[in-house]
Design a protein around this ligand. Structure first.
Ligand code: F6R
Length: 249
């Protein structure tokens, strides 16, 4: 995995926004995989600002979000879909029919997961996947465990993950759904390029395990070492447990 270290979270967000704007300019039909969570919020803010500044045409890009809570509908203010609308889609001209989410209210979960995999295939696969990193090593909602599931599937969220998402649910971890739908490890590993963004000291231990530790399902992000074109973009705090530091850009 290639590592880039930025002085601050804001610098990493600016760098990633510039990278994504460049990728869209180079390929207006880019297929972009997107993450939610606290980490990418400054990145989305920068992305919106840059898209506006250069009047970038985003109407032909396609997006796929990594995950969604089970039992939460697209219109629910606590859904990841509404999160993405608030932070990105309300502000850039991505065509609504090219925006893809898992449906947390689907009655047939298996069919919903198959539909998502099919939609990704039909779009030609994901060109650039943005990832965050759970403090327990999860990516998407692929939680640490004795085994991992390859394709889009239903997941049981760990208590720590529910606590981390409490903010969306009025601060109540118990209100966070116990389950979610998530792209699987193979879905993620089959994307053409990955940029994982992790900032803050709370991610440092896990970053070091993912980058320098052995491949293990106990740290799902460690499997990114198998990807030929994966990068991990960090601020200094998130990089502080790495034993070998690349030079800062
Ligand atoms: C959410 C997702 C998760 C988050 C992770 C980190 O779509 O993919 O893997 O990236 O839970 O969340 P934050 O950024 O809130 O620490």
């Amino acid at each position: 995995m290639r590592i880039r270290i930025f002085a601050t979270p804001a610098a990493a967000a600016r760098g990633l926004a510039a990278e994504v704007v460049g990728a869209i300019a180079a390929n207006p039909r880019l297929v972009l995989g997107l993450a939610t969570g606290r980490t990418p919020v400054p990145f989305y803010r920068q992305l919106v600002a840059r898209c506006r500044a250069v009047d970038l045409d985003c109407s032909s890009i396609t997006t796929f979000n990594l995950d969604e809570f089970l039992g939460i509908g697209a219109d629910d203010r606590r859904s990841y879909r509404v999160f993405m609308e608030r932070h990105l889609f309300d502000h850039v001209d991505v065509s609504s029919r090219r925006i893809h989410f898992l449906n947390g209210l689907s009655r047939d979960i298996e069919a919903e997961c198959r539909r998502y995999e099919r939609a990704i295939r039909r779009a030609g696969g994901i060109d650039l996947q943005i990832l965050g990193l759970g403090a327990n090593g999860h990516i998407g909602f692929n939680e640490p465990g004795a085994s991992l599931i390859a394709r889009t599937h239903r997941v049981r969220l760990r208590p720590a993950t529910r606590r981390a998402n409490a903010g969306i649910f009025d601060g109540r971890a118990t209100a966070v759904p116990r389950e979610a739908l998530s792209m699987g490890m193979a879905t993620i590993l089959h994307t053409r390029r990955i940029v994982l963004l992790a900032t803050g000291a709370s991610k440092a231990r896990c970053v070091a395990q993912a980058v320098e530790g052995p491949l293990t399902t106990r740290v799902p992000a460690s499997l990114l070492q198998l990807h030929g074109n994966a990068e991990i973009w960090l601020d200094r705090a998130a990089a502080r447990s790495l034993s070998r530091l690349p030079a800062a850009p």
